[in-house]
Write a protein that binds this ligand. Structure first.
Ligand code: AMP
Ligand code: ZN
Length: 110
């Protein structure tokens, strides 16, 4: 989608610090980390938020979780724990309208 920051990152128009990529998803370091490990995972398909998920996306969301768990293991934070969150809408503080999942860890979280 035009004018979507994360679609531009997916297309390579805006650089990112890539952690993982395949045909379905891209994971990259958050530009403004809120924890020692802060990685965002986005589907390559543009979906604006969790409100816009369709039944056909069920497998994709499950897949994103398995990718994030693998990243947590690779980055060595899975033993001590981590948090996966997705903000939806204004009240939750969603600032980019392309669904994304935050992986936070590497230290005690607030
Ligand atoms: P949210 O507030 O849940 O919508 O999360 C959006 C996240 O995207 C924030 O944590 C931002 O720091 C992050 N972000 C914004 N622009 C970039 C970028 N160019 N590269 C990496 N992360 C970004
Ligand atoms: Zn997008």
């Amino acid at each position: 989608m035009e004018d979507c920051l994360f679609c531009k990152i997916i297309k390579g128009e805006i650089p990112c610090d890539k952690v993982y990529e395949d045909d379905k998803v891209l994971s990259f370091k958050d530009i403004n980390p809120e924890a020692p490990v802060h990685v965002l995972t986005v589907p390559k398909k543009h979906i604006s938020s969790t409100n816009d998920l369709k039944a056909e996306d069920e497998e994709l969301v499950g897949y994103i979780y398995t990718v994030m768990v693998k990243i947590a293991k690779q980055l060595g934070i899975s033993e001590k724990g981590y948090r996966i969150i997705s903000n939806c809408g204004e009240d939750a503080g969603q600032t980019v309208s392309h669904i994304h999942f935050h992986l936070l860890g590497g230290g005690k979280l607030d």
